[in-house]
Design a protein around this ligand. Structure first.
Ligand code: BMA
Length: 804
C-alpha cells in the first residue's frame, strides 16, 4: 500500500548566514515576519519597507532520510512559488516555474540535504520578457510573464508583495508495483439515475503486473481491469438525491472510494466526495440579444454572486477554517455563486469542499487577468500543463459549474489600446479560444466553458456589449454615478462595485498611531486604486455635502454610499429577471487591510455593504424603480412558492407627515418578478418627500429575524437637497443588543459595533426608521454593563443629519 509521509517539520530558511525556522507550507514573508526580520507588511507603510524581499533569492532546506521497503519513492510538492531548483545533496532533481502546478521527483534510494532554491520572480519575468517581448497590461508590474498569482505583484486593492516559498504541502510517497496517478470522475444524472464514470491513469514500477480497480459510490460497487496504464470503472447509482445550490434544495454529497488492486491486495486508495446535478449555460440568442443563464438541474437561476479574490496576499496562510468562515459569511448574505477571479489562484480543496457543503456555485476563472499574455514557450507548455492538472483536480466538486478563460483580456485587447500595440504579437487569444476550451472539453466535458469575462460570445459583438453574454459595469464608479446603472439591462453582470474604507477597528489596527483623515499617509497607502480617493470624493459629492475635517462622518458616508451604490445596481438588475440572469458583486473579500470594493474587509469585518447584500440577495426583494413610465414597484420572488400579499404605499414628508396612502394586493409567481405602477398621486415630488412601500404577505413575506414587512424606500432627491430634520431617537441596552426607537425620520441608521469593541459585531447594517418605529440591533462580542455603555452605543450610531 502506498505510504505518504508529510514533510512539514525541520525546514529552515537561509537568510544572510542565519538559518531561520521555516513553516511549510508557508512563504518567505511569513517566515521573516515570524523571525522578527521584517515588520508586518500589512501595517502602516510596511509593504514598502519589505519590497526587497521579492528581489532576492531564497533557499529552504531540511534533511531527507533515504527510505527503503518500497520499489519507488517520490518527493511530491503540491505547490512551489514559483521559480525553483530542487536539489538533494547538491544534485539537481528538477526545476519549477509554475505556482499553479504540483511537482513530483523520483528520489528512490536517495537521502541527504534537501534544498529548494527560489530565484526572484522578477528575474524570471525579466528573462521571459526579454525573450518574448513586451506585452501591454493594466498594471506596471510584470505578472503576465510568469505563472504566479498575478495579484501578488499588486492590484488596485492589493499590496505588491512578491513572495516565494513552499506554499502547499510537501510529502514523500513510497509505493510498489503501481500507484493511482490521475482520477477523473465524470458525473451525470438523468431521471434519478446517477452515473459515475471513473477514468483512471496509473503509474507503474512493474510493467507486467496485473492491476484492477474497484470503486464504490453510494453503496454500489464496481470493478474494472487496468489495461496498460488506464482503466475506467462505471457505476450506476439508482435514486440519487440531487445536489442543489443553496436556496433551491439540499446538498447531498456521496463518497467515492477507488482502490487500485494487484492480486486483490490494495496498492493505493483515492477518496473524494461528489454530488449529482446537471449544469448548462444557456447562451442562446433571443429578442434581447444573447443570454447567459445558468441552468442547474433544469432550474434557470438568477445568480446572486460575489467575486472572490485570494483571502490573503500570502495564500499559504489561508487554512480550512478561514475558508469556511469567509464562505459561510457569503452564504449567510444570500450569495449562491462565487466567482474565483483570474488574478488569483486555483484555490485549495478546502475552498471547494466548503462550497460543496454550503451550496455555493463556483465559477472558476483560469488565472489570467487584465493583461496580454504571451503564447510562446516557456509559457505555453506551462499553461496547458496547469490547466490539465487543475481541471482534473477540481472536477469532483459539484459546486464547480463553470470554467472561464480569463478576466477582462478579450475586452482589453479590443478597448484598451492593446491591439495596436501588439501589432500581431500573441496575447492569449490562443489560450482562451484554443488551449483552454480544448482541455476542458477533453478532460471534463460535463462542464460549460466561457472564453472570458466580459465576453459577448464572439467577435461579432463588442466583448463588453451588455446585450450579449457577460458584462462588467465599470463606467459607474470610474466616471458615473450609480444612478447610471439604470441605463441598461445587461444579460449578466459579472463585475460591478463601489469602494469604501474598511471598518474603523481595522483601520485602527492597520494604521497604528495615525491621525486618520481621508488623505492621511496611511489611508493613502492603503488605497491602491487609480485616483481612488478622487472617485470616492466625487461619488460622495454627488449625494452629500462633504464633511470637511470630520473623518468619522466621512467614513460613515463613504460606507453608506458603497451600500447604496451596489443596492442601486442589484435592485434594478434583479427587477429585470429573466432578461438579466445574474449579478456578481466586485468583491466579497480583501487580502489585507485596505480601502476597496469589498463587502468584508481585510480583518474579516463586515462593512455595511455586507448587510445590504443580505437584503438584496434574499429570496424576496421589494424595490421601487424609477422607470420611464413612472415609479414602479417590483416584487422579486426567487423562492419556489408564489408570493402574494398586500403592498401598502405611503407618500410621506421627511417631517413624518403622511401625504397619501394606498394598498394593493399582488402576486409574484415562483421564481419570477411582478411589477406594477405606483399611482401618480402617490409619487413623491421634490426634496421633502419620499415613498415607503411595505409588502405584507402570505406565505410569510416577512423577515424572519425582525418580523417586519419587506420594505422599499424611494427618495426622489439626493441627500444634500433633502431638508432632513434633526434626528431624534432613544437608545436602550437590551439583552443581546441595542434597541433604538425613532422619534423622527432616522435615515440610514448604522451601528459601527467595532467602535464599541474591536471584537463586537452587529447583525445588521444601515436601516431607516420612520417616526415611532423601533428596532433591535443584535450585537455579538460585547457585553453592555452600565449607563456608560448606553452612551458609547449612542456614539457608535450614525445616521443622516441636517446639513450644516
Ligand atoms: C476589474 C477587476 C479587477 C479590479 C476591479 C476594480 O478590472 O477584474 O481587476 O480590481 O475591476 O477595478
Amino acid at each position: 500500500m502506498l505510504e505518504a509521509t508529510p514533510l512539514t517539520e525541520d525546514w529552515i530558511l537561509k537568510h544572510e548566514g542565519d538559518r531561520l525556522p521555516a513553516t511549510v507550507p508557508g512563504c518567505v514573508h511569513t517566515d521573516l515576519l515570524a523571525a522578527g526580520v521584517i515588520p508586518d507588511p500589512f501595517l502602516g507603510q510596511g509593504e514598502t519597507e519589505v519590497a526587497w524581499v521579492g528581489r532576492r533569492e531564497w533557499t529552504y532546506e531540511r534533511d531527507l532520510a533515504a527510505t527503503n521497503g518500497h520499489e519507488q519513492t517520490d518527493l511530491v510538492f503540491d505547490g512551489l512559488d514559483t521559480v525553483a531548483e530542487v536539489l538533494l545533496d547538491g544534485r539537481p532533481l528538477g526545476r519549477t516555474r509554475n505556482m499553479h502546478r504540483s511537482y513530483r521527483f523520483d528520489v528512490t534510494g536517495l537521502g541527504g540535504r534537501l534544498s529548494v532554491r527560489f530565484a526572484s520572480a522578477y528575474a524570471e519575468t525579466e528573462a521571459v520578457r526579454g525573450q518574448l517581448g513586451e506585452r501591454p497590461a493594466a498594471y506596471a508590474e510584470p505578472y503576465q510573464y510568469i505563472r504566479k498569482m498575478a495579484c501578488s505583484f499588486g492590484w488596485d486593492w492589493g499590496p505588491t508583495l512578491v513572495t516565494a516559498g513552499i506554499w502547499r504541502p510537501v510529502r514523500l510517497e513510497r509505493w510498489s508495483t503501481a500507484r493511482i496517478a490521475r482520477v477523473r470522475p465524470l458525473v451525470t444524472v438523468e431521471d434519478g439515475l446517477g452515473r459515475v464514470e471513473v477514468r483512471v491513469d496509473v503509474e507503474r514500477s512493474r510493467v507486467e503486473a496485473e492491476l484492477a480497480l474497484e470503486a464504490t459510490v453510494g453503496g454500489v460497487r464496481a470493478r474494472a481491469e487496468i489495461d496498460g496504464t488506464t482503466g475506467t470503472v462505471r457505476i450506476e447509482v439508482p435514486d440519487v438525491r440531487l445536489w442543489w445550490p443553496r436556496g433551491y434544495g439540499e446538498q447531498p454529497l456521496y463518497d467515492v472510494e477507488l482502490t487500485l488492486l494487484h492480486e486483490d491486495r490494495p496498492l493505493d486508495v483515492w477518496r473524494r466526495r461528489i454530488g449529482f446535478r446537471t449544469v448548462e449555460l444557456d447562451r442562446r440568442p433571443d429578442p434581447h440579444g444573447t443570454g447567459f443563464t445558468l441552468v442547474v438541474n433544469g432550474e434557470r437561476l438568477f445568480a446572486r454572486g460575489v467575486n472572490w479574490i485570494p483571502d490573503d496576499v500570502f495564500p499559504s496562510r489561508i487554512g480550512r477554517d478561514r475558508y469556511r468562515e469567509r464562505l459561510r459569511q457569503a452564504a449567510d448574505a444570500g450569495v449562491d455563486l462565487v466567482r474565483v477571479w483570474g488574478g488569483g489562484i486555483y484555490e485549495s480543496e478546502d475552498f471547494y469542499d466548503a462550497c460543496d457543503e454550503l451550496g455555493l456555485l463556483v465559477w472558476q476563472d483560469f488565472p489570467f487577468a487584465c493583461a496580454a499574455y504571451p503564447e510562446e514557450q516557456p509559457l505555453r507548455g506551462e499553461v496547458e500543463a496547469e490547466a490539465r492538472e487543475n481541471v482534473v483536480r477540481l472536477m469532483p466538486h459539484p459546486s464547480l459549474v463553470l470554467w472561464n478563460g480569463n478576466n477582462e483580456n478579450l475586452w482589453g485587447f479590443r478597448d484598451w489600446g492593446w491591439e495596436e500595440r501588439l501589432a500581431g504579437d500573441s496575447w492569449g487569444e490562443g489560450y482562451y479560444l484554443g488551449v483552454l476550451p480544448r482541455v476542458v472539453a477533453e478532460l471534463d466535458p460535463t462542464r460549460p466553458y466561457a472564453a472570458g469575462s466580459p465576453w459577448s460570445g464572439s467577435w461579432e459583438h463588442h466583448p463588453n456589449d451588455p446585450a450579449h453574454g457577460t458584462h462588467h459595469s465599470w463606467e459607474v464608479w470610474n466616471r458615473e454615478d450609480y444612478a447610471d446603472y439604470r441605463a441598461n439591462v445587461p444579460r449578466f453582470v459579472a463585475e460591478f462595485g463601489w469602494q469604501a474604507p474598511p471598518a474603523y477597528a481595522t483601520l485602527r489596527r492597520a494604521l497604528p498611531g495615525e491621525e486618520l483623515a481621508p488623505d492621511s499617509p496611511g489611508m493613502l497607502h492603503h488605497q491602491k486604486a487609480d485616483d481612488g480617493n478622487g472617485k470616492l470624493e466625487r461619488g460622495l459629492a454627488r449625494h452629500f455635502a462633504l464633511p470637511e475635517g470630520d473623518f468619522d462622518r466621512w467614513h460613515y458616508l463613504t460606507q453608506i454610499n458603497q451600500a447604496r451604490a451596489v443596492a442601486a445596481g442589484i435592485e434594478h438588475w434583479r427587477s429585470h429577471w429573466p432578461v438579466c440572469a445574474g449579478t456578481v458583486v466586485w468583491q466579497l473579500n480583501d487580502c489585507w487591510p485596505v480601502t476597496s470594493w469589498a463587502a468584508i474587509d481585510g480583518d474579516g469585518r463586515e462593512k455595511p455593504l455586507y448587510h445590504e447584500l443580505r437584503r438584496l440577495y434574499a429570496d424576496r426583494l421589494l424595490t421601487l424603480q424609477a422607470r420611464e413610465r413612472g415609479l414602479v414597484s417590483a416584487a422579486v420572488n426567487q423562492s419556489a412558492q408564489a408570493w402574494s400579499g398586500t403592498l401598502t404605499l405611503r407618500r410621506m414628508s421627511v417631517e413624518g407627515l403622511v401625504i397619501g396612502t394606498a394598498s394593493v394586493s399582488f402576486t409574484a409567481g415562483a421564481r419570477s418578478v411582478a411589477d406594477f405602477g405606483v399611482p401618480r398621486e402617490l409619487e413623491p415630488v421634490g426634496p421633502k418627500e419620499f415613498l415607503v412601500a411595505d409588502a405584507w404577505g402570505s406565505p410569510r413575506s416577512s423577515d424572519a429575524e425582525t418580523g417586519e414587512a419587506l420594505r422599499a424606500l424611494h427618495f426622489p432627491a439626493v441627500d444634500r437637497e433633502i431638508p432632513y430634520p434633526r434626528p431624534q431617537f432613544d437608545v436602550a441596552l437590551v439583552p443581546g443588543g441595542i434597541e433604538v426607537t425613532a422619534r423622527t425620520l432616522v435615515r440610514d441608521l448604522l451601528l459601527q459595533a467595532d467602535r464599541l469593541d474591536p471584537a463586537a459585531w452587529a447583525d445588521r447594517g444601515r436601516l431607516t426608521l420612520l417616526p415611532g418605529e423601533r428596532v433591535t440591533i443584535g450585537v455579538r462580542g460585547w457585553k453592555a454593563r452600565d449607563g456608560r455603555d448606553a452612551a458609547a452605543a449612542r456614539e457608535a450610531l450614525y445616521c443622516m443629519e441636517p446639513h450644516r
